[in-house]
Ligand binder design. Sequence first.
Ligand SMILES: Cc1cc2nc3c(=O)[nH]c(=O)nc-3n(C[C@H](O)[C@H](O)[C@H](O)COP(=O)(O)OP(=O)(O)OC[C@H]3O[C@@H](n4cnc5c(N)ncnc54)[C@H](O)[C@@H]3O)c2cc1C
Length: 381
Amino acid sequence: MSNKIQPTVVLAGGGHTHALFLKKLQQAKVPPAHFILVSASRYTPYSGMLPGVISGQYTAEQSHIDLESLAKQSKCTFIKATLSNVDTDANELVFENGDRLHYDILSINTGSTQSRVIEATDCISIKPIRPFLSWLNQPLPEQIKRNDRFNLFIIGAGAAGVEVAMALHHRFRCFPQLKVHIVTARGILAGHPVEVQKMAAEEIERKKIAIHNNFRVNAVKDNTLFSDQNESLHYDALILATPATPATWPSESQLATSPQGFIQVNPMLQSISHDNVFACGDIAELTHSRLAKSGVYAVRQAPALFRNINLMLEEKPLEPFCPQSRFLSLLSCAGDQAIASRGWFRARGRLVWLWKDWIDRRFMAQFPLPEPGSIKLNGTD
Ligand SMILES: Cc1cc2nc3c(=O)[nH]c(=O)nc-3n(C[C@H](O)[C@H](O)[C@H](O)COP(=O)(O)OP(=O)(O)OC[C@H]3O[C@@H](n4cnc5c(N)ncnc54)[C@H](O)[C@@H]3O)c2cc1C
């Protein structure tokens, strides 16, 4: 599939960085190249709005980007396919159905999922988001209704776990029998400023969400979680909001990966083992600085990736991506409340929520969105 005259640039995965890359393709003059976006589905979620989708404040369509339309606007070919490996010797992507696609330059932005800390078959991860939303729509409300008391457990108390717990509490607020629980080995929002932890803990307490601190889950049996201290907790439904983990295919390829399996990149976002391969967002791990797996960094990497792919096409030296040490962090507490922090600045309340809502809507306004009703939560698109 190589274009003989123009080099082929393949963007694998329609994450935040690639969505913004495509936007830039519409705005800037670029060296001649054939751009191809490959993604597992036509619609990709925007992380900032996910808690709002779970709580019922946004529809699935409001929180997803229509990649096919975006690619078309950017004069980029869109291919809906799931990547299963990269053959770096042949410069080819390998897809789940066995098809292959040549690249001259490749960028990978396929995101992450939740680590399976436990061997439980009846738990569900918050990522990928669509099966999770489908589960929230369909079996869960029925299960709650059938019980006088229903314990919904979330393992993990990072930003995603805390936001999801509060969003679920809001979504199911008309079910008095529902009790939301957070299980954590390290306390809530570990790594966040202490004042933010305190504000979040107050919100959690106000909502009567139970926190089980210092509970390191090491076994699950018969709807019961067991800790390494032999404590036990009974659950009716179990959700994983554990730390981000990569797909297995990068570590099965020739690409250099971290011990956890993330693709290792240098400051230019270039694979440390293969010069013509870039990686960005959650799937990438910078060797020179350890960044949180967050949509904010995936967004921030877009200008650097765009610049460096263009420089590579022009055969010029690449430039480093310099991550900001401070950025605005907005934590949704559901029910029109949010917490903001940046450097020494902290704020909480309805105005912060309105601010976050404005930022998120403004971000999404630059992209084509799916038609109302077009996202089938469990289906393919
Ligand atoms: C509930 C929740 C709330 C969050 N809230 C925030 C927040 O408020 N702020 C924040 O900064 N971060 C937040 N995060 C974290 C954020 O979601 C991730 O850091 C972010 O989505 C990573 O973006 P990405 O660009 O790496 O990839 P993603 O946005 O995950 O996109 C990956 C894309 O690649 C596609 N793909 C995946 N595998 C393949 C494959 N094998 N082949 C082809 N295509 C593939 C997917 O379909 C998807 O389109 C939240 C996470 C969760 C779960």
